[in-house]
Ligand binder design. Sequence first.
Ligand code: NAP
Ligand code: ZN
Ligand code: ZN
Length: 346
Amino acid sequence: MHVNAYAAKSATSPLEPTTIERRAVGPADVLIDIAYAGICHSDIHTIRGEWGDVPYPLTVGHEIVGTVAEVGSDVTKYAVGDRVGVGCMVNSCRECANCLAGEEQYCLNGNVGTYAGIDRDGTVTQGGYSEKIVVDQDFVLRVPESIPYEKAAPLLCAGITTYSPLNHWNAGPGKKVAIVGLGGLGHMAVKIAHAMGAEVTVLSQTLSKKDDGLAMGADHYYATSDPETFDKLKNTFDLIVNTVSAPLDLKQYLGTLTLDGTMVNVGAPPEPLPIQVFTLFNNRRSFAGSSIGGIRETQEMLDFCAEHGIAPEIELISAEQINEAYERVLKSDVRFRFVIDAATFA
Ligand code: NAP
Ligand code: ZN
Ligand code: ZN
């Protein structure tokens, strides 16, 4: 079936209206009428070829919510009319140790990305900046009704990518957690860490979003452009979640970790980040990475957000504003996630 979408023809061309092909609904598949799609910074890194070559034309978007329009004959988990979501992956091998552990994002045979991946029929997967998508039921999430529909999409990437490391490294009461960068991921990290009971500090380039950060649940807020910030915060944090899309001077940030503290990078700049090992020797510090989250944990995150009344702050845009939104994301001028109204793809 042909559906309306937005795609780029090359790493340097803007996104434009087009049509893409969706596979016929197979026995285990769910057809979703997309309602909203979030804009993740990863969409921009990918479509501009910053992380390596990708096939064009390409439609990105991996923060997808919509309504089930049709189900295959073997589908048991979803019914027509259900409110559902799709995140960054649409399949995995389901057999390797990591898949069996419910960590499909770390599939040893490579998970199938929602876009720019190779689908089971050999075609290139196309993402959520489109009207409809067909996805295997095992990679579809249930979106609780209490989460406002237009705000749910960013949870499928920004939400799970921050929930997973906060959960894994035990953010909670008595823990001092710093969130670096108050963008799409960062603002979800603040809300989730606060709901988990941690003492939350935002490290942003400036104080321009301080009131927003405190309203989201941050206890402290510092500008990283202030040379005194890193001195004041030496040996402070149990956990740092770095969401910044560009390289940082890691030494300064690692210096703020306390004994056995961990800095987790979820930000994904294309450039390598150099580390001076002596910075890790002090306080027995760890430097780690984390990639999205498994399907089971993604559902847990959605249910956690529903239970705690957590949703992202969004700017709702139409499809024709996507290119302008990209430029604003690149200037850190987003409060705090752009969400595309999928009705405007028509
Ligand atoms: P975003 O909305 O653009 O947020 C990034 C924030 O980083 C900005 O709001 C800004 O915060 C800060 N920042 C940007 N440029 C900076 C610079 N040069 N120096 C210091 N700080 C800077 O992006 P996002 O969608 O949250 O994504 C963030 C990163 O995570 C991207 O690299 C994305 O690809 C990656 N990501 C990774 C995963 C994963 O699985 N690991 C999943 C999703 C996204 P302030 O204005 O507060 O300083
Ligand atoms: Zn993403
Ligand atoms: Zn696997």
